[in-house]
Write a protein that binds this ligand. Structure first.
Ligand code: FES
Ligand SMILES: [Fe+2]
Length: 435
């Protein structure tokens, strides 16, 4: 792939792109035998995953360049290619057409979109880059995956209505462990560079039937995976892989492995730990699916290194994050004046209604309106076109839900009299006018 790709548009809940650059799990080795073909959908695209005769996992865009059949629905592997079920055109893993069984020659432009793929630690990864760049890094081997002293992976999988950038914050959100997950104590997370990768180390008390023990959770992000080492009860590694399905959903997977041969008490505690982590994830998901991302959250120092996480995580995206600096967020809470709410909802119809009210209340021939900064000026003109009265409204006063109040105020005999006696001089209507 060399062309720029849609990074997934910002939306009202998440004002940032949906798709991070990098390796993303799109399959599991154990589920893709030689000759297997699977339709998959990630990054808002239909794709086909297949394993060739020599055992290579490959990914192509799903729809055959000929007449658009879905290669993952009825396609079959022939040698190193996949054959389309519709008219039998064959495509290799680099997207080149290798055969059209009924044609004399292959059109030179016959090419399918193909994706860089790598297979490691039992996962099949695809490389996504919003600017179409080639892979800049490799997915590392996990030593525990091939170590006979560690158990085979046990998997948990969820489809979550969220975005990876937002969910990633959870690992450094110290306080929620106590209040959402009911942990005995709040962890304290420190960010730092561990073994060349950015890492967070949380130390906490872990509850066990034997009482509390000192524990630690170390989480590191490496290409394609989040690695979480839990130590204290029973040595456990959780490999987190999450891939955007589209702008709304993420396919999230936890793959667990634990050290075998720990004493029976520790092994039992290890099982309990896994059950607890699953419970925690289910609690987190309720938050993830209904929360909204604020770019200017109100934080206190005890909240953990959330701002630091956000700065780091942004570098994974090709899209524009420049508007995500505090205070420029269209979806975050905006400052409001202390007295009356500032109103942006006062639209053209409201202005027209106010103008028509002023025209009839003051028998004006015509009403002109102009806006300067946070003031709106109405000029009431007589039949000669001369300005008879000028009313200047602070914008904060122009609130759709309080338009009736405003009209009531302007219609009070005392107020009308003052407007009349001001002549063409500005008559100001401010928040405190209503006091
Ligand atoms: S649509 Fe695939 S070969 Fe015709
Ligand atoms: Fe959590």
């Amino acid at each position: 792939m060399s062309q720029a790709l849609d990074p997934g548009l910002p939306n009202a809940r998440f004002p940032f792109p949906a798709y991070p650059n990098g390796w993303a799990r799109v399959g599991l080795s154990e589920e893709l035998a030689i000759g297997a073909v699977a339709p998959i959908r990630f990054f808002g695209r239909d794709l086909v995953l297949f394993r060739t005769a020599t055992g290579r996992a490959r990914v192509l865009d799903a729809h055959c360049r000929h007449l658009g059949a879905h290669l993952g629905i009825g396609g079959s592997v022939v040698g190193e290619s996949i054959r389309c079920p519709f008219h039998a055109w064959c495509w290799d893993g680099d997207g080149f057409c290798t055969e059209i069984p009924y044609a004399k020659r292959t059109p030179p432009s016959a090419r399918m979109g193909s994706w860089p793929v790598c297979e490691r630690n039992g996962f099949i990864f695809l490389y996504f880059h919003g600017e179409g760049s080639a892979p800049a890094d490799e997915v590392p081997e996990i030593a525990e995956y091939s170590d006979p002293d560690w158990s085979p992976f046990v998997r948990l999988r969820w489809k979550i209505r969220s975005r990876s950038y937002d969910m990633g914050e959870n690992a450094v959100d110290d306080v929620h462990f106590r209040y959402l997950h009911g942990a005995a104590s709040m962890p304290t997370t420190r960010s730092g560079d561990v073994r060349g990768s950015r890492s967070n180390l949380s130390k906490m008390k872990l509850d066990t039937p034997q009482g509390q023990v000192d524990g630690s959770i170390e989480s590191t992000n490496v290409p394609g995976m989040g690695l979480v080492y839990v130590r204290g009860i029973c040595d456990t590694l959780i490999v987190i892989t999450g891939t955007p399905i589209d702008g709304d959903y993420v396919d999230q997977m936890f793959s667990y492995t634990q050290k075998i041969g720990q004493d029976p008490v520790r092994a039992r505690l290890g099982k309990a730990l896994l059950r607890d982590l699953e419970k925690q994830m289910n609690e987190d998901i309720v938050m993830f699916e209904h929360k909204r991302y604020f770019t200017n959250p109100l934080l206190v120092p005890e909240d953990g290194p959330i701002a630091d996480y956000r700065r780091r995580a942004r570098s994974q995206y090709a899209g524009d994050f420049s508007k995500l600096d505090a205070g420029t967020n269209p979806s975050g809470p905006q400052p409001v004046p202390a007295s009356r709410p500032r109103c942006d909802a006062f639209g053209e119809r409201d202005f027209a209604e106010l103008a028509s009210f002023l025209r009839s209340a003051f028998r004006a021939r015509r009403v002109e309106r102009s806006e300067v900064d946070d003031r709106v000026e109405f000029r009431l003109l007589d039949r000669e076109g001369d300005v008879e009265h000028t009313l200047v409204f602070d914008r904060a006063v122009l609130d759709r839900s309080e338009l009736a109040d405003l009209r009531g105020y302007l219609a009070r005999p005392m107020v009308k009299k003052r407007i009349r006696s001001a002549g063409a001089a500005p008559f100001r209507v401010a928040n405190d006018s209503f006091a």
